[in-house]
Design a protein around this ligand. Structure first.
Ligand code: ATP
Length: 427
């Protein structure tokens, strides 16, 4: 049986991954690290598979943080026990009293229609999905869904089961704190993280922001997560974990397999097809030059053969904005990013410069050994010395060197969505 779980936490605490880890521990199913062989399995635990940490559409307004949901597999013979545990844990540990916490549980036993679920996941990771759509699919495939409060959590719970992760995937080791330390400053030896990063990058990534030196593996918040180590394999995140020095007691660790850092959310669309909350990739031509507005955000216009839209590189994207500012009208680019409630702006995650437009500059012609002055807008030139007048067509057009370079630019790790594929990953 597949179990899907979502929306058990709130900003004031809780974490769906932690709940899942506790449940699997109780079921005695999962090891903390990839077993080399049967003998290396912890006693009384049976390795089946890593639980799935599935990130869904990051533009969905109902999310608390990273729109994460959990799915895991339970072998025959443990199904009843698992079902009982899931209800017990959600009832006991989920933040049911909080207004924005709407837990959802899904159980799927018949895998013959997994394709329908996969399609649901592909939509939920990229677009907006309604509760009705989920209920319809659950009915069609005979899945059981249980929603609490407004029931919205079943969207993530059922969709996450559809993420088979057969193609690109990554791993994350999550370390959880003792309850008494929740919300307190995290004690970690920064040098040990730097050393680990030096040795393990790019197999382990997003531990440190290269520009600011900021630690990215220790998220802020009043929740059980101490740190998360992301990488290409379970062995590598486990190796990295053993290299860092933590200066507080850790309650447990759990390795997840995930769609993080895979670009699973991006869909190539024409501008006209864009809907609220979509995650899109659009190819087009720069139609309005970049301008910096108050707050340091950079905006420019993009046009394709269907319509035009504004693109925004917001202030937190830091040095990414410098590349955006180098664009000029006529550049052919491909952008990726998120859409909010209104379909007027793409919030940029990536920029790929495909073709550079020519940058030209009008230069005044010479007369009496000096540059002629302008005779007014579109009125040509006049010589201050001899009084000669010439029309605007005599202007000398000179090509100037472009600062922009062809290539892919991605927002820095500190401003990146969980799902965005870092530029170093082939995937
Ligand atoms: P986490 O803290 O684990 O990173 P989160 O707390 O940010 O995740 P949730 O608490 O899981 O987010 O809330 C997200 C809510 O949005 C859930 O109820 C989920 O079912 C719902 N949801 C997820 N994806 C979609 C989607 N594509 N369309 C509509 N609703 C969605």
């Amino acid at each position: 049986m597949f179990v899907g779980l979502d929306d058990t936490d709130s900003l004031s605490g809780g974490c769906t991954t932690y709940l899942a880890s506790l449940m699997m521990d109780k079921l005695g199913l999962f090891g903390d690290s990839e077993p080399e062989d049967d003998a290396s399995l912890p006693k009384n635990r049976k390795f089946v598979n890593y639980p799935h940490l599935i990130r869904l559409n990051p533009n969905i307004p109902y999310k608390t943080r990273g729109n994460g949901a959990i799915a895991f597999w339970v072998p025959d013979g443990m199904v009843d026990k698992a079902r009982e545990l899931v209800f017990k844990f959600v009832a006991g540990q989920a933040r049911l009293d909080e207004e924005n916490t709407n837990p959802g549980i899904a159980f799927v036993r018949d895998y013959s229609k997994l394709m329908l679920l996969e399609n649901l996941y592909k939509k939920a990771v990229s677009e907006h999905v309604t509760l009705r759509e989920v209920e319809k699919i659950a009915y069609e495939i005979g899945a059981e869904i249980y929603g609490f409060n407004n029931g919205r959590g079943v969207i993530g719970a059922l969709s996450s089961i559809g993420a088979t992760l057969c193609d690109d995937h990554t791993f994350e080791l999550l370390a959880y704190r003792l309850k008494k330390n929740y919300g307190l400053e995290k004690k970690i030896d920064i040098d040990s993280v730097r050393n680990m990063n030096k040795r393990m990058f790019p197999k382990v990534f997003d531990s440190i922001d290269p520009q600011t030196g900021q630690l990215l593996l220790t998220p802020k918040g009043y929740d059980p997560v101490f740190c998360g180590i992301r990488g290409e394999s379970a062995q590598e995140v486990n190796r990295a974990w053993n290299m860092i020095k933590i200066q507080e007691e850790i309650e447990r660790i759990q390795i997840f397999v995930s769609n993080q850092a895979t670009d699973a959310h991006l869909r190539e669309k024409k501008i006209k097809q864009i809907k609220p909350y979509d995650c899109v990739t659009v190819k087009g031509v720069v139609s309005k030059k970049p301008t910096t507005i108050q707050g340091g955000h950079v905006l420019f216009g993009l046009q394709d053969d269907s319509s035009s839209i504004e693109c925004a590189a917001y202030e937190p994207t830091g040095e990414f904005r410098d590349e955006v500012k180098k664009l000029i009208v006529g550049d052919v680019i491909r952008v990726s990013g998120g859409i909010g409630k209104h379909t007027t702006t793409i919030n940029l995650e990536k920029l790929e410069i495909l073709q550079l437009a020519e940058n030209t500059k009008k230069i005044s012609p010479l007369c009496c050994d000096k540059s002629m002055s302008s005779a007014g807008r579109n009125k040509g030139y006049k010589c201050k010395k001899c009084g000669r007048r010439l029309g605007p067509e005599v202007a000398i057009i000179r090509k100037t060197k472009r600062k922009a370079k062809l290539g892919l630019y991605v927002v820095p790790p500190r401003a990146r969505r969980h799902l965005t594929k870092p530029p170093h990953r082939p995937g």
